[in-house]
Design a protein around this ligand. Structure first.
Ligand SMILES: Cc1ncc(COP(=O)(O)O)c(C=O)c1O
Length: 435
């Protein structure tokens, strides 16, 4: 019997009791209920590094704006399908202030979390380009998006960036796109889970291919401006959030309120469609839905049928946050920089105890410290490491569910408070001693 922080037998029995075996079929929910059971049975705290939920308090700016909007009666009326004028204006200004791009308010469409925006995007691609039936995911990535494609009935393929950065990435993408079956490309930047951030030369290369093969990019900015190596927090000043929007018109940017603004519970994002794409007419949309214009279809066919717009009050909250950020009255990155501090601490502990980073650099430069990072321990598979860390009271998320070809686990910093630092260090040191 091994000397582990959580009683070895108790953990083994709980895993067997839940029928989790080698963890190959375990979902994130299974890991969470296992952790809960272990906490109850052992009385010991489990350190939760598996979730992707923001762990910080949102700004009062949002809460006050939402309260005011409700008090003024917004709950009684349906919002427009394409969003209320206030958020459309604010998002357009925000795009200029923090991304450095011009997107008309018309193209800035609030959605119920960026999740709804991605669902609408995939659906739009499917109907606009029936001759191109496949979505290309630059992996690793957020598994719910591939599930969305499955639900919609869109094929998808993935390319793991582990072996493909810089020129190699562009060359490989060119090879894939030359099949002419790809309607759109999806990636997150910074990337969930690896925290890789594409460099401008890569974005430019992807944009050239998107123009060449006439497909659309969904640039998922769920972790907006959270590349903490550069201070992206000052409105209308460089540096800006890196984006493909500088190099092509075929884009949709998905900005989320969940992480950068800690507003996940209220479910708000904004899909920002380029001016040119918004007005582009797709014959198949025209023929089948009577609305050929891409942006118009997105608002008045998709947002309309999905939910008839986005909750009225939360549009005011997100607008208020964006307005305050643009006016320089609210530095939204000040709060979330805490994630970077936590990542640095955890990486230091893990790397000095035999772990290594799986996705470990940005074209030779060190990765930023942020919301997530990926690690592995030599000689183990990702499932073995996930299972083994349970005995040490640490829950993580294996990478194989995220389209990665590498062995490793994702660490999320959001629930790692300062008080947990000594316990984490002690447990990781013991892990090292035992392995
Ligand atoms: C890469 C990525 N995209 C999108 C989302 C969903 O964001 P939202 O909460 O705005 O729906 C997440 C949430 O974790 C994410 O990690």
């Amino acid at each position: 019997m091994k000397n582990t922080p959580l009683n070895y037998e108790t953990v083994t029995n709980a895993i067997e009791g839940m029928g989790l075996g080698d963890f190959s079929q375990a979902t994130i929910r299974d890991l969470q209920s296992l952790a809960k059971q272990l906490e109850e049975k052992t009385g010991q705290q489990v350190i939760h590094l598996e979730m992707g939920v923001p762990g910080l308090k949102p700004s009062d700016i949002a809460i006050e704006a939402e309260k005011k909007a409700l008090a003024e009666g917004c709950a009684t009326t349906y919002p427009p399908n394409g969003g209320i004028p206030r958020i459309k204006q604010a998002a357009s200004r925000f795009a200029k202030a923090f991304i450095g791009v011009d997107i008309d308010p018309l193209g800035c469409i609030p959605t119920t979390g960026s999740m709804q925006g991605t669902f609408a995007t995939f659906t739009a691609w499917r109907h606009a380009m029936p001759e191109k039936d496949t979505v290309l995911f630059i992996h690793p990535g957020f598994p719910v998006q591939t599930a969305q494609c499955d639900v919609i009935g869109l094929k998808h393929i993935g390319l793991d960036i582990h072996g493909y950065r810089g020129e190699a990435l562009i060359k490989k993408l060119d090879e894939i796109l030359s099949q002419n079956n790809i309607c759109g490309i999806v990636y997150s930047n910074p990337n969930n889970p690896s925290w890789v951030c594409f460099k401008d030369e890569e974005l430019k290369g992807i944009a050239e291919l998107v123009n060449k093969y006439d497909c659309i990019v969904l640039e998922d900015l769920a972790y907006f401006a959270m590349d903490f190596r550069r201070d992206l927090s000052h409105p209308f000043e460089e540096p800006y959030q890196a984006t493909i929007a500088h190099y092509t018109d075929n884009y949709i940017l998905a900005v989320s309120g969940s992480k950068a603004f800690s507003y996940a519970g209220q479910r708000i994002g904004v899909a920002c469609i380029s001016n040119k794409l918004y007005h582009r007419v797709y014959p198949s949309l025209e023929k089948n839905f009577g609305v050929g214009e891409f942006g118009n279809f997105f608002c008045n066919r998709l947002m309309y049928t999905l939910s008839s717009g986005t909750t009225h009050s939360v549009q005011h909250a997100m607008a208020a946050l964006m307005e305050a950020a643009c006016d320089g009255k609210y530095n939204f990155l000040n709060d979330v920089r805490e994630y970077g501090r936590r990542a640095k601490f955890m990486k230091d502990v893990l790397l000095s105890n035999g772990f290594y980073l799986v996705y470990d650099n940005d074209l030779g430069a060190p990765l930023a410290d942020g919301f997530y990072f990926t690690v592995q321990y030599p000689g183990m598979t990702d499932l073995q490491l996930t299972r083994e860390l349970m005995y040490y009271g640490i829950t993580v998320f294996p990478l194989d569910t995220m389209g990665s070809n590498e062995q490793g686990v994702r660490i999320c910093t959001s629930f790692f408070s300062k008080e947990l630092e000594p316990l984490f260090k002690e447990r990781i040191e013991l892990f090292k001693q035992n392995h």
